[in-house]
Unconditional design. Structure first.
Length: 240
């Protein structure tokens, strides 16, 4: 193997992502072509799956399950704005919690099934008062639907766990969005995001929970999230 080929091979081993590092530019081997087609199909299928709401319900005992204004998956994909809004007539109790947790199907329902409950479980172990944080399930939902849910609950903060857009390497990646003082119309710059939560080389649920626990603690201390809260969770020890 030439020196250049050796260095390219080293770069390729640094990431699970599909990166074409072939100095000779030879045709793609059949095995890699078939693997690409398999991963592409898995990513497409993931978008149209449904989370295991029954399993999640048994473990997390949600306060409510709501839907967005998108009445079908086709609507959801064509009209992102509908996924950000609660369906007309949705009623939620005014409980005024410090934190509301919203679990939304997003673009990867399998990610919600695989990782959402584990993130909540580890987060509650780190921040014991989170046992009182109500959980709501949201179908055909985008991140911003959490603002409307939290506003109706009277929550001080909202944490949205949502399936991220499937990729050709991982089709079950979860994202987490923390927002202080959530209200309808809240800008994305007011949120902190922890992404790539999965067990295939990403941020595992326990590690994601550690980062989120730090962000929640700091958000309470500073009364802000987003651009006002820099994520320094990797530099400091989390105190539960």
């Amino acid at each position: 193997m030439s020196d250049i080929s050796s260095k390219l091979a080293q770069l390729g081993r640094m990431t699970p992502s599909r990166v074409r590092l072939d100095a000779s530019a030879s045709p793609l081997p059949l095995s890699r072509l078939l693997a690409f087609q398999e991963d592409h199909a898995a990513a497409k299928d993931a978008i149209f799956e449904t989370p295991d709401w029954d399993g999640l319900r048994r473990e997390l005992r949600p306060l409510a399950q709501v839907s967005s204004r998108a009445q079908s998956r086709a609507d959801y994909l064509k009209r992102p704005d509908l996924g950000r809004q609660l369906a007309p007539g949705t009623e939620l109790p005014l409980t005024e919690p410090d934190l509301a947790i919203v679990i939304a199907d997003g673009l990867s329902p399998p990610a919600v099934t695989a990782h959402a409950a584990a993130v909540v479980r580890h987060l509650r172990a780190l921040l014991l008062d989170l046992t009182e944080a109500p959980v709501c399930f949201a179908e055909q939902a985008r991140v911003a639907i959490g603002d409307q849910i939290a506003e109706r609950l009277g929550a001080q903060m909202v944490l949205v766990l949502i399936g991220e857009r499937p990729g050709l390497t991982v089709s079950h990646s979860l994202g987490a969005y923390l927002t202080w003082a959530p209200r309808s119309g809240t800008r994305d710059s007011a949120r902190n995001c922890v992404s790539n939560i999965h067990t295939s080389g990403g941020l595992t649920p326990p590690r994601a929970a550690e980062r989120l626990a730090w962000l929640i603690t700091e958000a309470r201390r500073l009364s802000t999230t987003g651009i006002g809260l820099k994520d320094r969770s990797g530099e400091l020890t989390i105190v539960s």
